[in-house]
Design a protein around this ligand. Structure first.
Ligand code: NQM
Length: 370
């Protein structure tokens, strides 16, 4: 029996509005190519239904968190995020995920990587994908991770325990620069955009400039092939300007189309990850969007309402996401002072996952139909 056919210890968790498989780094092969091959077979990637794996047939539910103790003096934990393809058997470490991040602290307490505090725990987490740091504060009554609570987040039914996330060093997470093209605004095929990277590379444009209102429901966007084609054309051009090269099949940059708020928020958004519509908006995606909107003159910034102090209320396809961001725009180059969000997370399942075998059909030990 190979190590993988004996199964791999795995915890399935909801992190914010995403869902993923959480692993201890030590439970996975150390060689990245071997690890990725195993994860593709665990998640069932390379099939739109992911029927032979535990992926949920959408990028938001085809995610993996790899967690270990950190050797870095300024962090307790290392968190590597991996985006598994759905249709394609791909694994990408090119981007962060602020949603799965919400589950990392509780997972680390569950696995004994860090001790749980008597009431709550503060964990310093290094996001390995970008080298950025986050702190997570979450309840641990009696030293145990607790998931029940009164915090509601849009896109998740009911309430759960709050996980408060604060970020630092997120500027230029994947591109090296907050404004990776060197400009506040660029024009791509006649569309004005702002390319921004404060934790997530995002192309920001006005919804009206791509021929939609920006208030369409998820299903309408998902079925609009012409729009999705325009989004792909925009992001592939933007990817080059952002120094990301050919991003045709890459998970970044994301695209966010903005319209004036219509539900009391600061801005209304529709996001594409990278081409499929998002059911809400990513955490660091939203942080990047509000960072751009805080800079006078960014594409679509004139559509935004005044935030309540440092709190931006981002409307999206299934509700609102509150982001706190302090951006210093007094110098020639904008600087991020602070940003953070509140999320919830929940342990769904803990056990052993069995990857599909590498073997295709017709193996030596198949039984034949009578
Ligand atoms: O932006 C989706 C999500 C994400 C990523 C995506 C995320 C983030 O909603 O920090 O959370 O952008 O692919 O989980």
């Amino acid at each position: 029996m190979t190590a993988a056919s004996a199964g791999v210890r795995c915890m399935l968790m909801r992190g914010g509005t995403s869902k993923g498989a959480y692993f201890l780094a030590g439970d996975l092969p150390q060689d990245p190519a071997e690890r990725d091959d195993l994860l593709v077979r665990v998640m069932g990637s390379g099939d739109p239904r992911q029927i032979d794996g535990i992926g949920g047939a959408h990028p938001l539910t085809s995610k993996v968190a790899v967690v270990s103790r950190s050797a870095s003096p300024d962090a307790d934990l290392d968190y590597l995020f991996l985006q598994l393809g759905v249709e394609e058997a791909t694994v990408s470490g090119q981007q962060n995920c602020g949603n799965l991040l919400a589950g990392v602290g509780p997972f680390a307490v569950e696995r004994g990587l860090i001790p749980g505090g008597a009431r709550e725990t503060m964990a310093r987490i290094r996001m390995v994908n970008s080298g950025s740091l986050a702190t997570a504060r979450f309840p641990t009554p009696g030293g145990q991770a607790a998931y029940t609570g009164r915090t509601a987040i849009s896109g998740v039914p009911g309430t759960a325990a709050a996980v408060v996330l604060d970020f630092s060093d997120t500027e230029g997470s994947a591109t090296g620069h907050l404004l990776p093209t060197g400009n506040l605004r660029d024009h791509i095929g006649g569309t004005e955009v702002t390319c921004i990277d404060n934790g997530m590379p995002v192309v920001l444009a006005r919804a009206a400039d791509l021929g939609i209102t920006g208030y369409e429901p998820y299903d309408e966007l998902a079925g609009d092939e012409a729009l999705l084609g325009r989004v792909q054309a925009l992001r592939t051009q933007a990817g080059k300007l952002m120094g990301l090269g050919d991003v045709t099949g890459a998970s970044v940059p994301k695209t966010t189309l903005v319209a004036a708020p219509r539900d009391g928020g600061t801005i209304c958004t529709r996001t594409f990850i990278p081409v499929r519509p998002h059911t809400s908006i990513g955490v660091l995606g939203a942080v990047s969007v509000v960072t751009a909107l805080a800079i006078p003159g960014a594409a679509g910034s004139e559509l935004a309402a005044q935030p309540a102090g440092v709190r931006y209320d981002v409307e999206h396809a299934s509700g609102h996401l509150q982001v706190e961001a302090e951006i210093d725009t007094t110098g020639t180059i904008p600087r991020v002072r602070r940003c953070g969000v509140v999320r919830t997370a929940r342990k769904l399942f803990d056990g052993t996952v069995f990857p599909r075998s590498k073997m295709r059909t017709g193996g030596a030990d198949d039984i034949t139909a009578a």
